[in-house]
Ligand binder design. Sequence first.
Ligand code: DAH
Length: 357
Amino acid sequence: MDDLKQKYLAQVADAGDEAALEAIRLAAVGKKGEVALKMRELGRMTPEERQVAGPALNALKDEINAALAAKKAALADAALDARLREEWLDVTLPARDRRQGTIHPISQVTEELTAIFAEMGFSVAEGPRIDTDWYNFDALNIPGHHPARAEMDTFYMHRAEGDNRPPHVLRTHTSPVQIRSMEKMGAPLRIICPGGVYRADYDQTHTPMFHQVEGLAIDRDISMAHLKWVLEEFVKAYFEVDGVDLRFRASHFPFTEPSAEVDIRCSWEGGTLKVGEGDDWLEILGSGMVHPNVLKAGGIDPDQWQGFAFGMGIDRIAMLKYGIPDLRAFFDSDLRWLRHYGFASLDQPTLHGGLSR
Ligand code: DAH
């Protein structure tokens, strides 16, 4: 028995992994292992011999099992130690200083204007970029024969012969979200809707896909004065200046009455665009009092409610604020451009923390 004990304890001590331990276990204390075979011999012994050999065999079995368990735990510890040595990491090393990705100016400006309008009680609404021509046109008081439809250079979705679904378009403006928001939320209402829009147009200041932010405020007695105040507050906060001259020009949109286009004072001196100085004016948005037909299309009673709306070019105000001369570069995915005009990913624009710093 002593020989058995020496033999197996030595093997356990030498075992290099769990598989080796299992082989030793089977050979020593398994059902057909050496200790089991010895136990079978107990039957042939005299009762006196059995009284000595029985407990001794059980003790041997326990001892080998205990050695196996201890060795197993030791192997696991060693494996963990090895892994920890391997995966060691110096958390005091400086972070990589070269920015790979940056926040695109459109995303940055969207965050900025969302923060500003949120402060004035506007929530963010969204709508689909592929919409029916009813939402994009009819509901906005632009009937089929209206010249505005032709002017918009609309992308129509292909329709297979026999397709009875209503015609769909790539939305040409964010105004259809006015209707969807009225349907969903009713009055009173205060929303902005930033998002992509599409028109077949391409030059230095036009791309087939660009971005607008729609604004809509509906209440019992909202007037042009509220519109003017909201836009002035927005422009001051957005350009991070105390005052910017705005020019409200009488205009016409089918979905507003009266309507105004808003220009911002700027200068192009030396080929660079500066906001708030100079004698030039740049149009940044269209606006007006929501047309009663539009309220009706959105399920809101125009005898009870009125409101203002505006639609502003996000790309345009991004170019203005950050001095970006060519709109097309926004969508070229040129890494050099993105590194130059992009923003650090952890700088969340807030009014208290500063929008762009
Ligand atoms: N939807 C117009 C466009 O894309 C912009 C616009 C003008 C939106 C006046 C409005 C508005 O909400 O009241 O040209």
